[in-house]
Every structure is written in C-alpha cells, then in structure tokens.
Write a protein that binds this ligand. Sequence first.
Ligand code: 5AD
Ligand code: SF4
Length: 467
Amino acid sequence: MERAHPQMPEPAAAPSGSAGKKVFVKTYGCQMNVYDSQRMADALAADGYGPTEIMEEADLILLNTCHIREKAAEKVYSALGRLRQLKEERALAGRETLIGVAGCVAQAEGEEIIRRSPAVDLVIGPQTYHRLASAVTRARGGEKVVETEYAIEDKFEHLPALQRKAVRARGVTAFLTVQEGCDKFCTFCVVPYTRGSEVSRPVVQIVAEAERLAEAGVREITLLGQNVNAWHGAGPDGSEWGLGQLLFRLAEIPGIARLRYTTSHPRDMDDALIAAHRDLGTLMPYLHLPVQSGSDRILKAMNRRHTAADYLRLIDRIRAARPDIAMSGDFIVGFPGETDADFEDTMRLIKEVTYAQAFSFKYSPRPGTPGADLEFQVSEAVKDERLQKLQALLSRQQSAFAASLVGRDMELLLEKPGRMPGQRVGRSPWLQPVIVDETAGEIGDIVNVRITQAGSNSLFAEIGVPA
Ligand code: 5AD
Ligand code: SF4
C-alpha cells in the first residue's frame, strides 16, 4: 500500500560545516525505501542537515530510487534532468546544490548514473547508508562519489539510533526493517542483484529498535524485508529464531498493540509463523503473500519453486489458523511464454483465493535477470489486455471485501487527522483507512467502531460501544 512521503526528522545538534543546511529526500518504490529514507535523514540530521519538504530550498537533494521495473528506473533519469536545471539556476545565484542518488538504481547502475547525468554528485547503494554522511562531506569537497561496494560491517549497527523526536513526528505506525536482500532468484527480479543476498538482523537489535519506537508513541509496527518470512536471526540465548518467535517477543513490548510483516514468499511460511497467526492477537489478520502467477508452467519458468496447488493448500492452512485473515498478493502478467491458457490459470487462482487487496504489473524485462533473455516475450498489447482483465477482477474482489465489512464492529488505530475538520483517519485490522468522527479518541488510541459505509478508497465508521 502506498504511503505518504515520510516526515523528516528535526536536526540534532549541528556539528561540522553542514550546520544550517537542508536536505530533501524523495522516495520511490517500496516500503523498505521509505524506512531507508528515514534512516538516511536521521544520519544526515546527526551531521547537521535539517530536513525540508521543499526541494527548491534544499542544499542536498537525495533521490531514493527503485529499479524493480523499467518505468521506475526511467522516472529517476527524468527527475535528474529537471534537477540539473535547478542546480544550474541556483549556481547562478551563488548557491551550491548537491544531488545524490541512493537506492536500487544507484546499486544497479553505479557510475553509469554520473555518466548519463553529470549533475549528480553522489551515488550510494543501500548497503552503505551508514557511510552517507562522510560521502556527502567528500562530495561537498568536489569529489564525484560512488559508494556501491557491499560493506562488510553491519550498516544497521553503524547508523545513528532512531531519534525519539523524529519518530514522534512520523506518527503512531512505523516500519522496521528486519531482513534485507534475497536468495530466491526469481527469474524476473532484480532484487537479489540490487539488495544482495539475505541478511537478517539479530533479535537484540530489532527489539531495541522496536522499544525505541514504542517509547516514542508507536502502536503498530510493520516488519519489513524483501523476503521477511525467511528472517532467521540470532536470539539473545544464542539459538536461531524464526519470524514467528520474533513476533511473539515483539508483542511483549509495552505499547505495541499491532504487528504486521511484509513481503513474504510462500516457501518460507513455516508452521511456527502460521501458529503465530492463530495464537497471537497482536498479529493483524492481513497477509501479503505474492504468488505472481497461477500457472505451474510459468511458476516454474519464474523459478518460484512451488506450484499453484502448493499455494492454495498453504492458504487453506493459514485460513484454518486465522479464519478472518485477508489475503493480499502480487501478480505479473505477460511473463515470457505466458499463453492465454496460463493467464486463465492465474484468473482461476485469483477466483479461488479471493484477495482483499493486490498489486499487479506487466512483466518488465530487467537487464541482468534470466527472464530478460528468454524467448517468446509477450507483446505490450497482450500484456495490456491481460492486465486490464486481471485488475478488473481484483478490483471487484477488493470492493466486495470492503462491502462485506459494512455493519461490522472492529478496532481502529487512530492514525491522523482527517482531510475534513472534525474527522480522524484510523486503520482497520485489514489495513484499510477508516474515517470516523474525531470524538472517537486521540491519535494513537485503539477504539471500537462500527463500519457504516464503504467508499472507493476508504471505509466510514461510527463510534462503537466498547466491547
Ligand atoms: N516485471 C514486473 N513486475 C515485477 N515485479 C518484480 N519484478 C518485476 C518485473 N521484472 C513485481 C513482483 C513483485 C513486486 C514487488 O514487483 O510482482 O512481487
Ligand atoms: Fe524478487 Fe521476491 Fe523473488 Fe526475491 S522472492 S527474487 S525479492 S520476487
């Protein structure tokens, strides 16, 4: 689900020559980038760069980029074209502007970015964000900096700790990256190349960060990882923990009322994690479990290493454990070799599962991935047609799910003021925004409501009677 641009933290005491300077961070792509942008802003704040939401007044403009599909990567280059102009105009007025590219495009393209866009001063990959402040200092000295080597040290340990003030400014829900990278090598995906192999953060580090979030008023934490359910970290007792066990530990932290995790791979849904869905009320009944395709032939070509039937059996087990769980997924249409019959298999699978929410994409060949070299690439026109059909079905399912909640009582986490005066926006257990009167409670409260109406993007509720 897309989230608003992260709120930037206020600067800490400003040392070095960057005092009084401002940084603007633009985030593209996934939730992990949202988390990374916040951590980068924290790291720069410790170095004297205050945050700004206004690009034109920034001394440092940082694009945190996404490489997952061609469109996402191209967006970066067109943004850089506009930034070059801004940089030149400001240079005429005697002000220096540094331009940095971070994220997965930085990792994938490295120096090529500076060759294509000479206005860029700094390219930094996701594995080296703890070196961001020193890279910016070097760039300020006139060096063109490219930092895309995988660091051996643990970047999380070297990033400055979360600042309570910054977390407060960001609200009552937060992301926490517990795992990064991927060893699965699905043949369409750049992630194993841009984010590297799987790394899991240790339990103590995660718990400490979650405690800091809770102390700053966070009530709901979403654990992030490219393959989050493959997380397996060293426990405080030296034994190896899985995600299920970690969720139970995080649920003990005072103040933490809700937990979620994303994104998962079907192969890594182990028994302990399914049991957590059954036994841990804090774990919300919503699961993003991408399947990509419903055709065994295509699943094999994608190297997903499971069949459609395996996936359906898994969903049955998850639903047996937590009957009210709502499913979310990702789909790709037009993978090389996909026939009409393969596509119909995907439609059938969707009908069988019924999704509350889903993301679907046309296959986009990514340089360096095995899929890009496959024969029988599907034409754009066919991809368009399939995507339209698939999205129509998914959108009907999404509306039906929202409509099924009308009349239901549920708990809402009040998240922020509504657009209209007198309103608050809360979040349902199923991740939908719900609009309710502000007298329902304070931001951060969990309140009982009854859903009265389902709109196209949000639900409406009246204040309910406490259970
Ligand atoms: N083309 C289209 N969609 C892709 N995804 C990943 N790589 C590609 C690609 N090359 C989609 C998958 C994944 C989601 C994050 O993005 O559905 O689950
Ligand atoms: Fe990409 Fe996810 Fe497959 Fe890993 S599991 S290669 S991140 S799609």
